[in-house]
Write a protein that binds this ligand. Structure first.
Ligand code: HEM
Length: 124
């Protein structure tokens, strides 16, 4: 997936996605419970998405899996991941992007989500 999504489009996607997440009671509750700073989260998410849309070596891809696992040590439920992905799919769907870019991005995210769900849940 090389440069199929510009930095500006990544920003737009993250804005659209988080506008949806904060309106969803499930995430609203999760974010307030964890005292999450949404602006900071969006900034990190922008950097992360910008990274995953660029071509990565298999070593870098391993790094991404490690990163998402580490940053979600509180444990992601199947329900949470399905809701998260549904909002992401809607946000991507609203964007003016090549169908193959949309597909590649969603596939990549789905792969990461699958890896996250495989991680053992930490007792917290
Ligand atoms: C492939 C899918 C996902 C990606 C790429 C992703 C990416 C990220 C990134 C980059 C951060 C910022 C981490 C940091 O502070 O450096 C983050 C934080 C967070 N994510 Fe995700 N995420 C994904 C799925 C999910 C899901 C499914 C949930 C909830 C069910 C979730 C909930 C959260 C929460 C609550 C935080 C804030 C953690 C905290 O500061 O306590 N994420 N995510």
């Amino acid at each position: 997936m090389s440069e199929l999504i510009t930095a500006q489009q990544v920003n737009e996607l993250v804005d659209r996605f988080y506008a949806r997440l904060v309106e969803d009671d499930y995430f609203h509750h999760l974010f307030s419970q964890r005292g999450v700073d949404i602006d900071l989260l969006k900034e990190r998410q922008r950097a992360f998405i910008a990274r995953i849309v660029n071509p990565a070596s298999s070593q870098e891809r391993q790094g991404e899996v490690g990163q998402v696992r580490e940053r979600h040590h509180f444990g992601i439920s199947r329900e949470g991941s399905e809701r998260w992905f549904a909002h992401m799919t809607d946000a991507v769907g609203e964007m003016e992007l090549e169908p193959k870019s949309k597909q590649a991005l969603l596939q990549k995210i789905q792969y990461l989500l699958k890896k996250m769900l495989e991680q053992p849940k930490e007792a917290n």
